[in-house]
Design a protein around this ligand. Sequence first.
Ligand SMILES: *Cc1c(COP(=O)(O)O)cnc(C)c1O
Length: 362
Amino acid sequence: MNKFWSPQINDLVPYTPGEQPKIANLIKLNTNENPYPPAPGVKEVINSFESDRLRLYPDPESSELITQLAESYQLPKDHIFVGNGSDEVLAHAFMAFFRQAKPLYKPSITYSFYEVYADLYGIELVDVPLTDEFAIDLQQYPSENGGIIFANPNAPTGVALPLTEIRALLDRNQDSVVLVDEAYVDFGGESATQLVTEYPNLVVTHTFSKSRSLAGMRVGFAFAHPTLIDALNRVKNSFNSYPLDMLAIATSVAALKDKSYFDATCEKIITTRENSAAALKKLGFEVLPSATNFVFAKHRYIEGAELMGFLRTKGILVRHFSKPIISDYLRITIGTDAEMQAMLDALKTHPDIVELPIGDGE
Ligand SMILES: *Cc1c(COP(=O)(O)O)cnc(C)c1O
């Protein structure tokens, strides 16, 4: 309790980001960053940037980026919103759409920032359990709701829903906003992006942080019907008119333009993911099917917290969540092949991990 604070601040439970270590040479497989650098064009933009320009404010509308997004995703510009990371886009969406008389529904296991925003904006939130296979169970979402939000593919499970299920949800849920967070969709999920021209209550959010290797730039975006984009702009312009700085706009445009680099790095990560999942299974892990740049895995005998601590002593960071249903799991970001090999080699030195013969890993 502090008498200077607004009363609500005492009860806030802020989001806890994964560790960004100050120690050099750790292998970071804990925050789903991309192991490959951004597209070469990004470096050119930064090297040729004239610092004198910084005395001016950036374009409040980020028009250059909106124009490039419209071209890359083949959608009209009035269907696009950009923000300072998709976290900011999500925050504005909570403010713009979910402060309703009825509660907002989300999966019991999903991106933990949703409950933080709900708390910040005083939104009642209801958890809907996952299936036994850790899939989002859209059938269980009630018709009376003040909104529905989920990540697809989901985090931290990595499990993806087919587009047919999202379409079916949108067909029966037309009186509230459905927000699909597609932070990981480029690693193998089916995107709902093109559905925004059909369903006026759908919002799809994306980020440059994962598949475009620009986590340090903080750029996110959303697709939706112009009426919803209008609401997001009202909130944005009541909060910060210049969320994207000049370098963020210019580098994200450069990243978008290089489609072949983007495709190649996503493909590489998918291949490494499949190889890593197979190798983890041989070490006695159960690995959920992943459509993301991470795997969610639990060892048959060893607790998640213990394994995370063990890997840390070997200089390898992975993420562990203490929530009961998932506390035996580790979320391991897909790094380079060499980083994943180092992680697997470290696991093999654990006294209770034995490698099964080839072909016995399923
Ligand atoms: C990483 C992540 C985000 C946030 O992305 P930023 O653009 O870096 O803010 C949003 N949703 C999910 C599910 C994520 O994993």
